[in-house]
Design a protein around this ligand. Structure first.
Ligand SMILES: NC(=O)c1ccc[n+]([C@@H]2O[C@H](COP(=O)([O-])OP(=O)(O)OC[C@H]3O[C@@H](n4cnc5c(N)ncnc54)[C@H](OP(=O)(O)O)[C@@H]3O)[C@@H](O)[C@H]2O)c1
Length: 195
């Protein structure tokens, strides 16, 4: 049997989620050696103007930005005109944000039940990894900036083996690469997305 506990979510007899209609994407910028930051306190202001423009456009379109508390702390304030959802185990409240500890499936189901259709996963490494592992990410918008950090925080903090399909790529005059990938969770389709 299939049930629809919330609009846009279909579960089976074992409460396993079969379908989401919610669209979820990761958006990130990395150095050419694969780091999103030098350390947890490093704000993401080092990226190109083209990356910042794409970030603002896509996250405003989504309307919901989801991030970890370390990333939120690097921002001067909440991202305006977007619902800021912040993962934290230690903070009950954070100014300008809704604090959560929900697993990705539960959070997305709740958001979908409230009428949301799209959510942007905005990092950092811990939150990117948690959503990728939960198999709820459909797209990755990745910017590769032409600089090296040598060491730092990797895009993901756990091993994974996930195939990506390159949908589009653009190179800016200053050598930034703007990539768009579809995520292929081959072999383990626990959560399917409706087209
Ligand atoms: N280049 C880019 O595109 C980009 C994008 C985003 C971020 N960044 C950078 O990445 C760095 C931060 O990344 P990060 O990986 O260190 O930290 P993070 O993912 O931003 O946040 C980690 C925090 O999230 C909370 N958390 C993690 N898992 C949780 C769970 N299951 N339930 C509830 N809360 C949970 C914890 O908060 P508490 O400690 O409060 O409990 C944890 O300390 C910053 O330097 C930032 O600027 C770069």
């Amino acid at each position: 049997m299939k049930y629809t506990p919330h609009k846009g979510v279909v579960i089976d007899d074992n409460y396993k989620i079969l379908y989401f209609t919610m669209k979820t994407f990761i958006i990130a910028a990395v150095s050419a050696d694969g780091f999103i930051a030098k350390d947890s306190n490093h704000p993401a202001f080092w990226t190109s103007k083209e990356d910042k423009k794409r970030f603002v456009e896509l996250t405003r379109q989504a309307g919901i930005v989801i991030m970890g508390s370390q990333t939120y702390k690097t921002l001067p304030r909440a991202l305006k005109e977007r619902t800021n959802i912040v993962y934290s185990r230690t903070h009950q409240t954070l100014e300008g944000a809704l604090v959560t500890q929900d697993d990705p499936h539960t959070l997305l189901a709740k958001l979908e039940a409230q009428g949301a259709t799209e959510a942007a996963i905005c990092g950092g490494s811990q939150i990117y990894s948690m959503f990728l592992k939960a198999q709820v990410v459909q797209k990755i918008y990745l910017t590769i900036e032409p600089l090296l950090f040598g060491k730092g925080i990797s895009l993901f903090n756990e091993a994974c083996n996930i195939h990506l399909e390159l949908k589009s790529s653009e190179t800016t005059p200053t050598g930034t690469l703007l990539l768009e990938y579809n995520v292929r969770y081959t072999g383990a389709p626990e959560v399917k997305h409706l087209p």
